[in-house]
Write a protein that binds this ligand. Structure first.
Ligand SMILES: O=C(O)CCC(=O)C(=O)O
Ligand SMILES: [Fe+2]
Length: 352
C-alpha cells in the first residue's frame, strides 16, 4: 500500500476521534442454555431469548460466549490467516480476485468511495455459488462463483471449510433465537438458507497505518446480509455507532467470544423492529490487526420483505420487496472503485 495516498483519506467528519468516550460494552450474552442442552430448562431459554431481543433492539450488536464453536478451529483459521498474509504480495496475488472471479485476495476495496486500509481474502461457503450476472432486474442470467485456494499454508481449504461449518451452525441457532424474540416460529428463517445460500467468509488483515487519524481500516457501513459473526483478535479497532446517542463506541476484544451483528436483511424482515447498525474499523500506527467475519447470506432468489406475521394495519410494511441476488450483485460491482455516487443501500427500498 502506498504512502499518503489521497484515495484513503476520509472526509474530516468521518475521521476517527480517538476521543475520551467511555467505552460502554456492547451486551455479552452467554449461549450455554442452548449449547448445553442437558442443563437448560425452559426458563433459561426464555431469558436468553429476551436478552437477544433487547440486544438486537438496543444495539444491533452483541458478543456471545459459550457458543459451542471449538476453540481449536478458530485458532487454526487465525494461524492460517496470519501465514497467508505474511507472504509476499506476489504470492498473494497468485490467488487475486479478478474481473471474472470475485473471490480470493484483494487490497483495493472501497467503502463509501474511500479506499479501506486493509487486505482481504474472500471464500464462499458453497462452492460453486450462483448469483445474478447483472443487477438489471430484467436480466435472468446467473454467474457461477468459485473459490480460489492458496497453496500456502497447507490445508488452507480444509481449515476454512471446517470453520465455516461451525459458523453456519451458530448462525442457525442465533436466527432461531432472533425469530423467537420476534414472536415467530423458531425455524421461520431456515428456508432462505437451506438451498443455495450465498454466504461467505472473509479474512481481514489491517496493516499498521502511518496516518491512522486520516484513514480507516473499513469505512462506516452496515452489513447487507442477515447476520455477521465476527472473530476479532486482541488488538481492537472495531467501532459501533451507539443507537442511544450516535457516538462511536469501541468493541473491546473478549477472548474466545464472537461479535454478532444484525444485517440489513433482518432489519427488513423485522420491519425495523431490529436495525442494522453502522460500524467501522480504526487502524493504528504500530500494530497490525486481523479479523474474520462470516457473512450469512440467503439464496440469491430470496425476495426480501417484511414478514407477514409482523405487519398489519397499524404496522404496515416499511419496505418494498427486493431480490437479494440483485442487491448483492449491485454491491459487488460498485465496491472496487471510486464512483462518486453512493452505492446501493437498504434505505433505497424504504417506503415513504
Ligand atoms: O474487522 C472488523 O472488525 C470488522 C470488519 C467488517 O465490518 C466487515 O468486513 O464488514
Ligand atoms: Fe461490517
Amino acid at each position: 500500500m502506498g504512502e499518503v495516498d489521497p484515495a484513503f483519506i476520509q472526509d474530516p467528519q468521518h475521521r476517527p476521534k480517538f476521543s475520551t468516550i467511555q467505552p460502554e460494552d456492547i451486551p455479552v450474552i452467554d449461549l450455554s442454555p442452548i449449547t448445553n442442552h442437558t442443563l437448560s430448562d425452559s426458563s433459561s431459554i426464555e431469558n436468553l431469548v429476551k436478552e437477544i431481543g433487547s440486544a438486537c433492539k438496543e444495539w444491533g450488536f452483541f458478543q456471545v460466549t459459550n457458543h459451542g464453536v471449538p476453540l481449536t478451529l478458530r485458532q487454526n483459521i487465525e494461524i492460517a490467516s496470519r501465514l497467508f498474509f505474511a507472504q509476499s504480495l506476489e504470492e498473494k496475488r497468485k490467488v487475486s480476485k479478478s474481473e471474472n472471479n470475485t473471490l480470493g485476495y484483494h487490497d483495493t476495496e472501497h467503502t463509501k468511495n474511500i479506499r479501506d486500509w486493509k487486505e482481504v481474502f474472500d471464500f464462499l461457503a458453497r462452492d460453486p455459488t450462483f448469483i445474478p450476472l447483472t443487477s438489471d432486474e430484467h436480466d435472468d442470467r446467473l454467474t457461477q462463483l468459485t473459490n480460489q485456494s492458496p497453496e500456502y499454508p497447507p490445508n488452507f481449504r480444509v481449515i476454512i471449510q471446517e470453520y465455516i461449518q461451525e459458523m453456519e451452525k451458530l448462525c442457525f441457532k442465533l436466527l432461531e433465537l432472533i425469530a423467537l424474540s420476534l414472536g415467530i416460529e423458531a425455524n421461520r428463517f431456515e428456508e432462505f438458507f437451506i438451498k443455495n445460500q450465498t454466504s461467505s467468509i472473509r479474512l481481514n488483515h489491517y496493516p499498521p497505518c502511518p496516518y491512522p487519524g486520516l484513514a480507516l481500516g473499513v469505512g462506516r457501513h452496515k452489513d447487507p446480509g442477515a447476520l455477521t459473526i465476527l472473530a476479532q483478535d486482541e488488538v481492537g479497532g472495531l467501532e459501533v455507532k451507539r443507537k442511544a446517542d450516535q457516538e462511536w463506541i469501541g468493541v473491546k476484544p473478549t477472548l474466545d467470544a464472537y461479535i454478532i451483528n444484525v444485517g440489513d436483511i433482518i432489519q427488513v424482515w423485522s420491519n425495523d423492529a431490529y436495525e442494522s447498525v453502522e460500524h467501522r474499523v480504526v487502524v493504528n500506527s504500530e500494530k497490525e490487526r486481523f479479523s474474520i467475519p462470516f457473512f450469512f447470506y440467503p439464496a440469491h432468489e430470496t425476495e426480501v420483505k417484511p414478514l407477514e406475521e409482523l405487519i398489519n394495519e397499524q404496522n404496515p410494511s416499511k419496505y418494498r420487496p427486493y431480490k437479494w441476488g440483485k442487491f448483492i450483485t449491485h454491491r459487488k460491482n460498485t465496491n472496487f472503485k471510486n464512483q462518486n455516487v453512493e452505492n446501493i443501500q437498504i434505505y433505497h427500498y424504504k417506503l415513504a
